[in-house]
Design a protein around this ligand. Structure first.
Ligand code: AMP
Length: 559
């Protein structure tokens, strides 16, 4: 029996109503078990807040502005009702629900009432994505209108969330892995590894259901399918890192650039960013370098790209970002902003997965095939004083600090484990999301220049404000930021514009204080934006839980 989209919406609503992990898991696992086989991928994809599988190129290309205008057009509600809905609601999906509940539907919007199945919703989303070229905007709007008018307010709430990629039920991909393992009685590590290899949780659920344990076990690395990068935890000093790694550690320069994952198969080379987007076109000289130098038919390697000055010293991160954004005149830009690749890991070489091998063995294998491409500078320190000296040297050379890598640690994709510890000089900045902005005064009149910064609450999936700043951006950046924020506008009240959480910024601060000003109970003191992090994804932003930890750490030091 086909499953109705309504059932999926109801499940999401339930998920949002509890913070109990085990309860959520039980509900999702039993939901997945009841699905027809061909519903498994679409349902799992939607439950994790996407219209289509993560790795697919298909995009909806429907902006929040379009959705918003359409809702206003379909519902006979005045501005007061709308702004009330937006201020009552926790997110825009919920606001849409309230509007459809209280507003009267206009007549033409009621014509096509119909109960939709999960597969019909997927089909409709596909048609919306496929509408391209001239007249596509109107076509997309008409299709969306049909979709909304066939839906109850509750269904609309989750459709809007899927359309905007904001599920916020506190049920993320990590939990979905557990739910799949529970539903099909599979070891969690197997599901995790499979998901890491394919990078598509919907497909993993489908394989788990259709082919079970054996199907997942058969999965291997696939060249040109990027895997999630291994991440580092923070250490406050070299001594702490040495202690945590029980003296068995290597120290590498931490370069302040952009992480790249390089896939090579014979003469084909592709470069992926840390968010796993294909950035090959932006770096033709690196493609050529890898083609010429890497001595392996097939390889998946990782490294850091940094922008360099003529004397070889690193240039600030912003320069490098200009190379990432470039789509035209790439060659000219490549001459203007030179980049240097430093390799630091090898995940796969000539049909052999290396991720379970210890760090030292991977580094050795990397060195053997890297040709003239430099590896990150590294030492295996025998004494703390040598380690301290190396940190000083890294900072003097213009780098960010060090990464301590445990000698026997495997490569754990997507995991921020203890195997890698990063050591920086200052209180580490946070990656936060702009959730609202206010217009400035004087010279900044007319520009959205004062920003509300939020961290993600791991439990609820919501973004909670922890600070405000008008510092750090240049005038040009503020003008651009204003344009971007206006496109993400949810509502505007007395010069304050609430926006969809999309823009990620790195924020430095002097201290975290207890404060009643914000719902989360903390506030950043002297916050300032140090860079715009378009290379990061929302899931990678810092969490309220992490801010709490740093707060507790501060406390220890001060008292
Ligand atoms: P963070 O982004 O602060 O969590 O720090 C981890 C990042 O540091 C990685 O994702 C890399 O982009 C970067 N990085 C720089 N140098 C190294 C290195 N030698 N080893 C690993 N990561 C490095």
């Amino acid at each position: 029996m086909p499953t109705l989209f309504r059932e999926l919406a109801k499940l999401c609503e339930q998920l949002g109503s509890t913070t109990k992990r085990t309860t959520k898991l039980r509900w999702v696992a039993s939901f997945i078990l009841q699905l027809d086989l061909n519903e498994v991928e679409p349902a799992v994809t939607m439950l994790t807040g996407r219209a289509f599988p993560k790795r697919e190129k298909r995009v909806l290309d429907v902006s929040w502005m379009t959705i918003n205008t359409l809702i206003r057009r379909m519902v006979d509600a005045d501005n007061r009702v709308l702004s009330k809905a937006y201020s009552q609601a926790k997110d825009i999906g919920e606001a849409a629900k309230i509007i459809f509940e209280i507003g009267k539907m206009r007549k033409q919007a009621l014509l096509s009432e119909k109960i939709m199945t999960i597969l019909e919703v997927r089909q409709m989303l596909t048609t919306i994505a496929e509408a391209t070229g001239s007249g596509s905007r109107e076509k997309k709007e008409r299709l969306l209108e049909t979709l909304f008018s066939s839906s109850s307010p509750l269904e609309t709430k989750y459709l809007v969330k899927i359309l905007t990629g904001e599920m916020r039920t506190g049920f993320d991909e990590g939990l979905m892995e557990v739910a799949i393992a529970e539903a099909f009685k599979l070891p969690l590590t197997l599901v995790r590894t499979a998901n890491m290899l394919r990078g598509d949780i919907g497909e993993i659920a489908y394989l788990a259901r259709s082919q079970g344990k054996e199907g997942l076990k058969r999965l291997r690395f696939t060249i040109f399918r990027p895997v999630k990068p291994m991440l580092a935890q923070m250490a406050s000093s070299v001594t702490e890192a040495l202690t945590k790694h029980e003296g068995s550690t290597a120290l590498e320069y931490k370069l302040d650039g952009a992480r790249v994952q390089i896939h090579k198969s014979m003469s084909d080379v592709r470069i992926f960013s840390r968010r796993l987007t294909d950035v090959t076109e932006s770096f033709p000289e690196i493609v050529q370098l890898v083609r010429d130098e890497v001595d392996a038919d097939e390889a998946i390697l990782e490294g850091e790209l940094i922008a360099t000055a003529e004397n070889g010293r690193p240039r600030p991160f912003q320069h490098l970002m200009r190379r990432f954004k470039r789509i035209r005149e790439i060659e000219a830009m490549a001459k203007k902003i030179t980049v240097q690749l430093y390799l630091f890991d090898a995940l796969f070489i000539n049909d052999e997965s290396l991720i379970r091998n210890p760090y030292q063995a991977r580094r050795k294998a990397l060195k053997q095939i890297a040709g003239s491409i430099p590896l990150t500078k590294q030492i295996v320190p025998l004494k703390a004083s040598i380690a301290e000296g190396f940190l000083k040297e890294a900072l003097e050379d213009g780098h960010e600090g060090l990464v301590a890598k445990r000698l026997d640690s495997p490569y754990t994709p997507g995991v921020r484990g203890k195997g890698w510890l990063k050591i920086k000089r200052i209180l580490e900045p946070l990656d936060l999301v702009i959730v609202a902005a206010e217009y400035g005064y004087g010279r900044r009149h007319g520009w959205l220049s004062n920003y509300d910064l939020a961290a993600r609450d791991e439990e609820s999936g919501e973004f909670l404000t922890i600070g405000k700043t008008f510092k750090g951006l240049t005038d040009t950046e503020i003008v651009n930021m204003t344009k971007r924020l206006k496109r993400l506008k949810i509502k505007e009240e007395r010069g304050r514009v609430s926006v969809l959480p999309r823009i990620i910024v790195e924020v430095a601060y002097n201290e975290i204080q207890k404060s009643r000003k914000y719902e989360c109970g903390m506030a950043l003191r002297f916050a300032r934006i140090t860079r715009i992090r378009d290379d990061k994804s929302l899931e990678e932003t810092d969490t309220i839980q992490k801010v709490r930890e740093i707060y507790a750490g501060q406390f220890k030091r001060h008292h």
